[in-house]
Design a binder for this molecule. Structure first.
Ligand SMILES: [Cu+2]
Length: 163
């Protein structure tokens, strides 16, 4: 049995997934081979000093890296991931978020995210703010983050507690 048809089919499947998993929305932002979909943040709970933004990044080209993010909502903006430390998921600052080619990278609660530390004021449900994203290859683009409810996407991560 030849491996070739299988490999070809797998490659096709991966390519198709990048094109079909994330339907285009009116507010998607395209930057070269990248499509940034539905950037959102969770509203601050009480006096939380930190917040996070999430989105999908669909890459129809070759592997790229998100190397920095900037916004005016906090003292510091960092790229974060979660690592498992025993039974506890902890956040960790990383230098870049890898965005593989022909794939969709999800920034989501409990995983990769953009972290806002030292919020100027609480993120209010329904508010929007500009977020600048800089990719190693594709360059810089500004997206609009929409703040959703405190419980959006489930209560899985509690940023205030893990920092
Ligand atoms: Cu974080």
């Amino acid at each position: 049995m030849s491996l070739r048809p299988t490999a070809t089919a797998a490659l096709f499947a991966v390519t198709m997934s990048a094109a079909t998993l994330t339907p285009a929305h009116a507010d998607d932002v395209v930057l070269g081979a990248l499509t940034i979909g539905e950037p959102w943040a969770r509203a601050s709970a009480g006096m939380a000093q930190a917040g996070a933004a999430f989105m999908t990044i669909t890459n129809a080209g070759t592997t790229d890296r998100l190397v920095s993010a900037a916004a005016d909502v906090s003292d510091v903006v960092e790229l974060h991931t979660h690592i498992k430390d025993g039974d506890i998921m902890r956040m960790r600052k990383i230098d870049a978020i890898e965005v593989p080619g022909d794939a969709v990278t999800h920034l989501q609660p409990g995983g990769l995210h953009i972290m806002f530390i030292g919020l100027d004021e609480p993120l209010q449900d329904g508010a929007t703010f500009p977020l600048s994203l800089t990719f190693e290859t594709a360059g810089t683009v500004e997206v609009t983050v929409t703040v959703q409810g405190v419980a959006a996407m489930g209560p899985r991560t509690e940023h205030g507690k893990t920092h």
